[in-house]
Design a protein around this ligand. Structure first.
Ligand SMILES: [Zn+2]
Length: 190
């Protein structure tokens, strides 16, 4: 799925419980951080057509961080550094696996490649997870899900005074809430 969709799923999970910003951040980050292994696409684009092109995206995307070992690492780190350790680490594990599930069901490439998830990597090659009914990255279920989650996030900003923007700028987050409440009225009145 698109990274924005992953962020929105992670943030939605993070708001399933009453947690403070630090713990919500861990859970939201767990929702999108596996896709860091796809950043090789940047040098790939920059070196395309040169004498020494790189092929990092194809080599490492899904291969490095889309596996159980990384999920357990996230769980352990969260347990060490979050406030409500067990709950937050549990939701981090869930958020991480919802990322894998999202990729499994809705990340078919334009060339038809399914980008299998090597769940037991780097220790075993077994369990290269795919789903035969997987839809394309830009298919309507992904678009619909993203729109629904975006509406939920905007509703959360209006109602609770926070949105995924809180991860990057508390000022921008507050400005969004202020704008929504100015447009739709104070949350108590709706
Ligand atoms: Zn992914």
């Amino acid at each position: 799925m698109h990274p924005i969709t992953h962020v929105l799923i992670g943030w939605t999970v993070a708001n399933c419980a009453k947690l403070e910003l630090r713990d919500r951040t861990w859970i939201t980050v767990a929702g999108f951080v596996p896709d860091v292994d796809g950043l090789g696409v940047i040098p790939d684009i920059l070196t395309e057509g040169t004498k020494h092109p790189t092929y990092l995206y194809g080599a490492y995307h899904h291969a490095l961080l889309h596996n159980l070992a990384f999920g357990l690492l996230l769980f352990a780190l969260t347990w060490c550094f979050s406030r409500r350790r067990t709950l937050t680490a549990g939701l981090v594990f869930l958020s991480f696996h919802l990322h894998l599930l999202g990729d499994l069901v809705g990340s078919r490439g334009p060339d038809g490649y399914q980008w299998p998830i090597p769940y037991l990597a780097p220790f075993r090659d077994a369990w290269q997870l795919t789903w035969s009914h997987q839809w394309a990255l830009k298919a309507w279920p992904n678009v619909t899900l993203t729109i629904v989650l975006l509406m939920l996030a905007l509703h959360g900003s209006w109602k609770w005074g926070r949105s995924p923007l809180e991860l990057v700028s508390l000022r921008a987050d507050a400005a969004l809430t202020k704008t929504l409440r100015a447009r739709f009225g104070p949350c108590e009145s709706i």
